[in-house]
Design a protein around this ligand. Structure first.
Ligand code: HEM
Length: 438
């Protein structure tokens, strides 16, 4: 238990309501301000997570941000004394039964059930290539357009195919059309919640039909694979669980990559030297054919450009969140039980203590280097590291390789757009406006 002698992390002078309003208006700007004033460990009151029955709300409102590799290591190593599920409620409000919402053994088992689908089990590369071909042909030529909106359509179509490939074509088209309504700053919170509910209901309605003909349909999408585990006697996979798991994968699967790809476009349309190196590496190879698995390793500079983009533009200021069940010492502070630890990759990845010349966009820094999860935190860390990180990198690599080989665009002369919350995730405020040459 915490005592009055424990040193608590410094906190802003504003009222809790002001802290929340300031953070949610400009998460990156607000954490930067706190780090400049208070150093590498500080807390912001982002509100209780509705856990008043189980934790002390006096401390539950404290979200303690950490951003140095040894602090992040301490946070992720405290597996037995932290809960990701309880802290994740801040994100997964409408994905109640999904992997983000469970801890311990059940969490490990669910991850094992999801893992094969996202680690090479399915040939999603061919799916991506076909979708890219169709979508690139439709992107406007000779006039400025927000590439984020186009990327959302593309990444939704691909994730629907990967997760729900056995749905009827019209159902897949409906889902693909619905998903972008869940992540775009132009929609109100109420509109987003309504879209979440609609999609979950749509998925749920299809469960009985798929169960009935499970012998006929392929087992090669995530939906079918979860239903098979359920049919094999895994009682934890109820209809509600399958519904929420499928929704969580569809949502995280399209929105994160669309935002991150938009940042790549925003960066490379302003950096002719980076684009020239990418063009030299990619060449003509992927204009008309997919990137083969054995060629993935060849594109070091492209891979490094994706890492460098995720370093400067993580999708969130909250890259890993864990509710403390017991006090934890971090540097001079004893963080009380009930607090929520936050791994803030935005701060660590822009710190001169962690990266050399952090403000510069230099993909070279990642070429030929091993990624250290406590230094590069765009995918979170520890036992809950992003389930879809391999898939996300492969999808982004494929789309970018085909864009670099097959599209040409005007160089942008305007400053890089500010980051803006699009839904759960952060993307370029202007939705990354680009102009393709005819
Ligand atoms: C650029 C793309 C992506 C980024 C930057 C990203 C980032 C993250 C982060 C920071 C976390 C939290 C990890 C933690 O708590 O330690 C996470 C978790 C998760 N991600 Fe991703 N993600 C991406 C793509 C995807 C994709 C494509 C999928 C699925 C298709 C996905 C599915 C998930 C799931 C299910 C979790 C929860 C894992 C758990 O709690 O065990 N993500 N992701």
């Amino acid at each position: 238990m915490s005592t009055t002698h424990d040193r608590l992390p410094p906190t802003p002078v504003e009222t809790p309501e002001e802290q929340r309003a300031n953070f949610f208006t400009d998460p990156f700007g607000y954490v930067e301000k706190q780090a400049a004033e208070h150093g590498t460990v500080f807390s912001i009151d982002l509100g209780s997570l509705g856990n008043e029955d189980t934790v002390d709300v006096e401390v539950n409102g404290r979200w303690v941000f950490v951003s140095r590799p040894h602090q992040i290591r301490a946070m992720y190593s405290a597996v037995r004394t932290t809960s990701g599920a309880e802290a994740n409620q801040v994100f997964f409000g409408t994905m109640e039964e999904s992997v983000g919402y469970i801890d311990g053994k059940a969490h490990r088992r669910r991850r094992a059930q999801l893992h094969p689908a996202f680690s090479g089990g399915k040939d999603y590369i061919a799916i991506i290539q076909q979708a890219v071909d169709r979508h690139f042909a439709l992107w406007p030529r000779g006039k400025a357009f927000p590439v984020f909106e186009e990327l959302q359509k593309l990444t939704s179509e691909v994730i629907v195919e990967v997760v729900c490939g056995n749905f009827a074509a019209e159902d897949r088209a409906t889902l693909t059309g619905m998903l972008p309504r869940t992540e775009n700053a132009k929609y109100t919170v109420d509109q987003v919640i309504a879209a979440d509910k609609e999609i979950r209901a749509f998925v749920e309605q299809r469960i009985p039909g798929h169960l009935a003909k499970s012998d006929e349909i392929g087992q090669d999408d995530v939906f079918a694979s979860l239903l098979r585990h359920a049919a094999d006697g895994d009682g934890s996979l109820t209809g509600e669980v399958v519904r929420d798991e499928v929704f969580s994968l569809l949502y995280t699967g399209f929105s994160t990559t669309a935002n991150s790809l938009s940042w790549v476009f925003a960066e490379i349309t302003r950096r002719p030297e980076v684009l020239a190196r990418l063009r030299a590496e990619v060449g003509e190879r992927f204009r008309d054919r997919p990137l083969r698995r054995d060629e993935f390793g060849d594109l070091d500079y492209l891979e490094a450009t994706i890492s460098e983009t995720l370093r400067l533009h993580p999708v969130s200021a909250l890259n890993g969140v864990r509710l403390l069940k017991e006090p934890l010492r971090i540097d001079d502070y004893v963080i009380p039980a009930g607090s929520i630890l936050v791994h803030c990759a935005y701060l660590s990845q822009r710190s001169a203590e962690v990266y050399d010349q952090p403000e510069e966009f230099r993909p070279e820094r990642f070429v030929g280097t091993q990624i250290d999860p406590y230094v590069f935190g765009a995918f979170g860390g520890g036992q809950r590291t992003c389930v879809g990180r391999g898939y996300a990198r492969a999808e982004m690599k494929m789309i970018l390789a085909m864009a670099i080989a097959g599209l040409d665009w005007e160089q942008s002369e305007t400053p890089l757009p500010a980051a803006k919350q699009q839904g759960i995730f952060m993307g370029p405020e202007d939705h990354a406006v680009i102009t393709l040459l005819p």
